[in-house]
Design a protein around this ligand. Structure first.
Ligand SMILES: Cc1cc2nc3c(=O)[nH]c(=O)nc-3n(C[C@H](O)[C@H](O)[C@H](O)COP(=O)(O)OP(=O)(O)OC[C@H]3O[C@@H](n4cnc5c(N)ncnc54)[C@H](O)[C@@H]3O)c2cc1C
Length: 385
């Protein structure tokens, strides 16, 4: 095997998780040689990452917007929800990329390589990355967010799929202090569907039609839903606003088995590292927490820390919710309604962050209709080990 270059570490995939790891390594003063490989480092503003924190958020210098008030609507409930302990933040992927890449380009021990990766593999002591051009790079460890580990088939292969329009309107129509967390669409029958709206100013917002189901839709269906919503909710016809950008996403919401490594010396990161919360699709903050600790473990010379697995009880709650989301749109909407009606918004976010204690979990679980959960338990008694 001809080796084109040797590194201490290779980061395969320079997206959210790969660049986060590179950032924490650089900021922590890591001195080893690092190669970061992605098919492109060009700015494509393709994602808006939202997450909630109690403390100072990661990447606080590029937080695009922060909200403490949300609108929520499901079945007979239409309400504003207020955050006291947490804040809900948005970061744009372009700002993130620019910040991290500028930092890495100023560090002589980081190399950025724009290439398509064909494979990553390893033996007992080294890991190898092969590009589609046939070049080979070798390192002690590879951290990869490109290839799916050999997960078993999930029992609930749900996808959170959405298409969003970032639009500009001539007149002031949005309340920039209030984002729409979920505005459920009871008319949609092929999955659990809702609108998600991030207002950036009085006349600029990102509106996403979001569905939890097993298969994606034709683009026109999402587009028509957004147009109808703009009409019904804000009284604006399609000719009265300009679509500046679209954002499309498919996030797995699945019961996947825990696989921290891809092979020897190859560690999975981001979505491939199982850091997407199955019942919500949120990945950003979990990845920040993990990659920061991973970088610390590397810098202090220990073995690289493996991606953490959620506690058993949270994995089980996720599994039950996946069952309900898959089997009944009505039950799902009733559960979300009661969750937000009978609990403080902060308490729900704490539960979804897996920060709650068992007593708080019981309070949350007892606030929602119990029959769907009994049925879900009946169907999933022995699913997790
Ligand atoms: C549109 C969108 C919006 C989202 N919004 C949120 C949100 O609000 N909050 C949240 O918590 N999560 C969100 N997510 C989920 C999750 O945070 C993102 O998908 C996140 O980008 C996952 O990070 P990652 O590093 O695992 O993957 P990515 O960021 O996708 O990184 C993978 C990288 O690998 C590169 N790559 C792939 N194949 C190859 C190859 N063969 N050769 C070279 N390079 C390759 C890609 O170019 C990419 O840069 C969103 C997802 C999407 C799609």
């Amino acid at each position: 095997m001809k080796v084109d270059a040797k590194y201490d570490l290779i980061i395969a995939g320079g997206g959210m998780s790969g660049l986060s790891l590179a950032w924490y390594l650089a900021k922590g003063g890591y001195k080893g040689k690092v190669l970061v490989v992605d098919s492109t480092f060009a700015p494509i503003n393709e994602k808006t990452w939202c997450f909630w924190t109690k403390d100072i958020p990661p990447f606080k210098e590029i937080i695009y917007r922060t909200w403490n008030k949300a609108f929520f609507s499901a079945l007979d409930m239409n309400a504003f929800l207020y955050l006291k302990d947490y804040s809900y933040h948005a970061i744009r992927s372009n700002d993130f990329k620019e910040l991290v890449l500028t930092e890495l380009r100023n560090r002589s021990n980081f190399t950025l390589l724009e290439e398509n990766i064909l494979s990553v593999s390893s033996n007992s002591s080294k890991a190898v990355l092969l590009t589609k051009n046939g070049d080979t790079y070798i390192a002690d460890h590879i951290f990869q967010s490109v290839f799916r580990p050999n997960w078993q088939k999930p029992k609930y292969p749900l996808i959170q799929h959405f298409l969003g329009f970032e639009i500009d309107t001539e007149h002031s129509v949005f309340d920039p202090a209030t984002f729409t967390l979920m505005d459920f669409d009871p008319a949609f029958k092929e999955g659990v569907a809702f609108m998600y709206v991030l207002p950036f100013s009085h006349n600029k917002a990102l509106l996403e039609f979001t569905v939890f189901s097993n298969s994606t839709l034709d683009k026109e269906v999402y587009e028509e839903k957004i147009q109808n919503y703009m009409d019904k909710k804000y009284g604006l016809h399609v000719s009265e606003y300009e679509v500046k950008r679209t954002e499309y996403g498919e996030i797995p919401m699945q019961d996947l088995d825990y696989q921290p490594t891809y092979e020897n010396n190859i560690i999975n990161l981001g979505t491939m590292g199982g850091l997407t919360k199955p019942s919500t699709g949120y990945t950003f903050l979990r990845t920040q927490e993990y990659t920061k600790q991973l970088a610390d473990s590397i810098i202090t010379g220990g073995n690289p820390l493996l991606p953490p697995q959620s506690k058993f009880r949270y994995r089980y709650y996720d599994l039950l919710l996946l069952h309900i989301l898959t089997n009944s749109t009505e039950d799902s909407m009733a559960i979300f309604r009661d969750l937000f009606k009978k609990n403080r918004f902060d308490a729900v976010l704490s539960f979804l962050s897996e920060d709650s204690n068992f007593v708080q979990d019981l309070k949350i679980m007892s606030s929602v209709p119990y029959m769907p959960f009994f049925k879900a338990i009946g169907n999933n008694l022995f699913k997790l080990n």
